[in-house]
Write a protein that binds this ligand. Structure first.
Ligand SMILES: O=C(O)C1=C[C@@H](OP(=O)(O)O)[C@@H](O)[C@H](O)C1
Ligand SMILES: C=C(OP(=O)(O)O)C(=O)O
Length: 438
């Protein structure tokens, strides 16, 4: 076996010589881009995405929809709003093959779309994608009328034998391992004959803001959705069948990808401005305005964007991150540099993300001299004086950006496979050195 040099290469994480002072234009949200692509593909007329994220996860989503017959024309808006994709819906069909990579959004959101296609759609992906839970989607689709061939593990690889439509109706699922099970069923449901009623039966439900994002985006394209928050039963979402509109949507910056840059301001006592930070959003990254303030920063949100400033002091935090799990690696990195211990709770499901993030953060921070222990549902982090060394990333974009944050404060940190940031932020190394003025 030959090793891919990109995966073994070490990237010397830049050490900050002083307080950062930068404006960072953060590319579009992965979660918004991939939902918008699915909804536009299922609409009854063409739609546009402005400033979509162009990264591995979103290109996989676009490629998969194209394989099922959808037209996606990539272009640049002549009037200056940047990259624009035109999505032209079509009758969905197999045979098709979908490479999900290791994108949760692709592996979960597309099997319901494939059930609406006419013909077989084969799903495969990176080795890690075989280990990520998909049972909630597979079992639910079978209840709703789909035929699926899998190997019985409730995971990839699998083939959805689409018959050009799906009955839909009521279904119960345990989405405690991923909110994406709920989002997946809701996104395609306007096209199911009876819509859907999804009832979550598990004890916990992670990443609620991402389910709200699904509901908001469905409503924005004309779907009727009843939710627990709109007076419905707790743990139950209903989508009425109906045609979806083609819309012109400008994608917000990815606030979870803004995290390492805000963290840079926090740990160096500097200032980072993120233009176009939305005044109102369902993105979980918006919670950083509270969390990083509690950890020592301050911020103002104006028409210019978010201005985040570190005070020079970094404090530990005791916080439940269940709703905003994808922020955990970046918060753990800051916590390792703080002046007091931290407890991060509510994120047991991170063991099933891109990698086992709780194990990976514990091992990598401890190998730099840290003192992190795993708990049943999170991490306990006692800050120690850290030293340089290799920070392994396990093909996890957020491990790479977390390591870069530590590298700002600790000399001699080298990130293995920084190229893995291409999953959601291919420009990361350039944006990072640009922020530091190199
Ligand atoms: O729906 C989405 O866009 C996402 C939902 C969350 O997944 P989980 O609920 O599986 O954590 C989040 O962690 C992921 O990065 C994106
Ligand atoms: C968990 C994540 O991604 P995915 O969409 O692959 O689940 C993430 O981006 O942190």
């Amino acid at each position: 076996m030959t090793l891919n040099p990109a995966h073994t290469a070490l990237w010397p994480a830049p050490h900050a010589s002083g307080a950062v002072d930068a404006t960072v234009h953060v590319p579009g949200s992965k979660s918004v881009t991939n939902r918008a692509l699915v909804l536009a593909a299922l609409a009854s007329e063409p739609g546009w995405l402005r400033r979509p994220l162009r990264s591995r996860d979103t290109l996989l989503m676009a490629g998969a929809l194209r394989a099922m017959g959808v037209g996606i024309e990539e272009g640049v808006d002549p009037y200056g709003s940047g990259e624009t994709w035109r999505v032209i819906p079509a009758a969905l069909h197999g045979p098709a093959t979908v490479d999900v990579g290791n994108a949760g959004t692709v592996m979960r959101f597309l099997p319901p779309v494939a059930a609406l296609a006419d013909g077989p759609v084969r799903f495969d992906g990176d080795p890690r994608s075989y280990e990520r839970p998909l049972n909630g989607v597979i079992d639910a689709l079978r209840v709703l009328g789909a035929r699926i061939d899998d190997d019985g593990r409730g995971a990839l690889p699998l083939t959805v034998h689409g018959s050009g439509g799906l009955d839909g109706g009521p279904v119960s699922i345990d989405a405690s391992s991923s909110s994406q099970f709920v989002s997946a069923l809701l996104l395609s449901a306007p096209r199911f004959n009876q819509g859907v009623e999804v009832r979550h039966t598990g004890a916990t439900l992670p990443s609620l803001p991402h389910i709200r994002m699904t509901v908001d985006m469905l409503r924005a394209v004309g779907a009727q959705v009843d939710t627990p928050e709109s007076g419905g039963e707790p743990g139950v979402w209903r989508v009425t069948p109906g045609a979806l509109l083609g819309r012109d949507l400008t994608v917000e910056p990815d606030l979870s990808n803004a995290q390492p840059f805000l963290a840079a301001a926090l740990v160096t006592g500097g200032t980072v401005v993120v233009p176009d930070w939305p005044a109102r959003t369902t993105q979980p990254g918006d919670r950083l305005r509270e969390i990083f303030i509690e950890m020592g920063g301050s911020c103002t949100l104006t028409e210019r964007g978010l201005t985040f400033t570190g005070s020079g002091a970094v404090h530990g935090i005791d916080v439940d991150l269940g709703e905003v799990g994808e922020l955990t690696p970046g918060i753990a990195a800051v916590a390792a540099l703080a002046d007091s211990p931290s407890t991060l709770r509510g994120v047991a499901h991170l063991r099933l993300h891109e990698t086992d993030r709780l194990a990976a953060l514990t091992k990598e921070i401890n190998e730099l001299g840290g003192d992190v222990t795993e708990t049943a549902d999170g991490l306990h982090i006692r800050p120690r004086r850290l030293h340089g060394g290799v920070f392994h990333t396990y093909d996890d974009h957020r491990m790479a950006t977390a390591g870069a944050v530590i590298g700002l404060a600790v000399e001699g940190v080298e990130i293995e496979n920084v190229a893995t940031t291409a999953k959601t932020l291919p420009d990361f190394p350039d944006l990072w050195t640009g922020m530091l003025g190199d």
